[in-house]
Structures are given as structure tokens and as C-alpha cells.
Design a protein. Structure first.
Length: 192
């Protein structure tokens, strides 16, 4: 029993350390999960994957289109080749600057919105010190995002030649291995 408890604590400590190292990126496979986790909704909401960073100044660095494109192409984000369509620093509603606009709908820190009038299948949004990007199967004509805690500063639009698979974070694989190990230890204990 003592060995089993030690194993459980060891696996839990390892997973916690791993998850903390990767805590800046979060993956969402559908609009319902994104809304439940962050209160963010989009129109259209038919995107395939979303990747959210709560530390965009670390993950994305400077906000130039080239830097954003390089980050979104990386294996940690969408793992696909992109081409820049347009976007950048947004104007305040109703003014579109760089084909995007942003506004505060009032009511505090959960009612900011942004809109791009470009046609693309990848949209990246920088708000506060956070960044979120969405990939659609096919290009969409215009993109809106609602429920942000901070004002939108930039929206970028890209096209992708292929629809990538967003990687499953390593911590999930490690957790599965730990659970399998616990199951094996449990079976060995019962047979002894």
C-alpha cells in the first residue's frame, strides 16, 4: 500500500510540474468549451480549433504580423504553414483600421469585442496580455469575438493550405500513463 501511495504522489507531482511548464497554452475543440472556460464567443462559431495564451507577451512576443505568423505556424499552436491576409492594430468602433475594429460594450471586464472584415480561415486576436487564435476548415467572410476581459488591440487574418491537427498537450499523455500504471499496480495487489 505504501508503495502505491508513493507512486501516486510521484506521478501527481510530475504531472503538476509538467502542467505548470505548459500552463500558458490552452486548447479548445468547440465553442461550448471555450464559452464555459473563458466566457468567449465568436461569430461564426464553427471553427475547428482554438488555442489560447494567457501570457501572449511571452508566447507571441512583439505583435508584428510576421512574428504572429511564425508563432501560429509552430507545433505548439496550429502546426501548419500560413500566409498573411491582413490585419493589425484595430480602430475603435465604428472605425475599421487595418480591417478590424474593437469596442467596449459596457458593463465591466467581460464585455469587450472585436471584429475583422477580412476573409480568411485563421484569425488571431491580441487583447490585454492575452492572445487567442481560431482555425476554420474553410475561409469565413468576417469574424467577431465577444466576451473579452480586455480591449482588443490587434486582429490578424491568415490563410492555411491545410487544416492541421492541434497537438494534445504532453500532460494528457503523462496522466494516461500514470493512470495505467496505477491500474496495473492495483491488479497486482489484488492477485497477491
Amino acid at each position: 500500500m505504501r508503495k502505491l501511495v508513493s507512486t501516486v504522489f510521484g506521478v501527481a507531482a510530475f504531472l503538476l510540474t509538467t502542467m505548470q511548464a505548459n500552463a500558458a497554452l490552452f486548447y479548445y475543440a468547440d465553442a461550448t468549451a471555450l464559452d464555459a472556460a473563458l466566457g468567449i464567443t465568436t461569430a461564426p462559431n464553427t471553427w475547428l480549433d482554438a488555442v489560447y495564451s494567457d501570457e501572449s507577451n511571452v508566447d507571441v512576443g512583439n505583435q508584428s504580423p510576421g512574428t504572429v505568423e511564425t508563432v501560429l505556424e509552430s507545433a505548439a499552436w496550429f502546426n501548419t504553414s500560413l500566409s498573411f491576409v491582413g490585419g493589425g492594430a484595430c480602430g475603435s468602433a465604428p472605425t475599421f483600421t487595418n480591417n478590424c475594429t474593437q469596442q467596449d460594450l459596457g458593463g465591466g471586464n467581460s464585455n469587450k469585442t472585436g471584429e475583422s472584415n477580412l476573409t480568411a480561415n485563421v484569425f488571431g486576436v491580441h487583447f490585454g496580455n492575452r492572445f487567442i487564435a481560431f482555425i476554420f476548415e474553410n475561409p469565413v467572410n468576417g469574424f467577431e469575438i465577444f466576451g473579452l476581459r480586455f480591449g482588443v488591440s490587434n486582429i490578424y487574418a491568415f490563410n492555411s493550405a491545410t487544416t492541421p491537427e492541434v497537438p494534445i498537450p504532453g500532460a494528457i499523455w503523462l496522466m494516461g500513463a500514470g493512470l495505467a500504471g496505477l491500474q496495473i499496480a492495483r491488479k497486482k495487489k489484488k492477485s497477491a
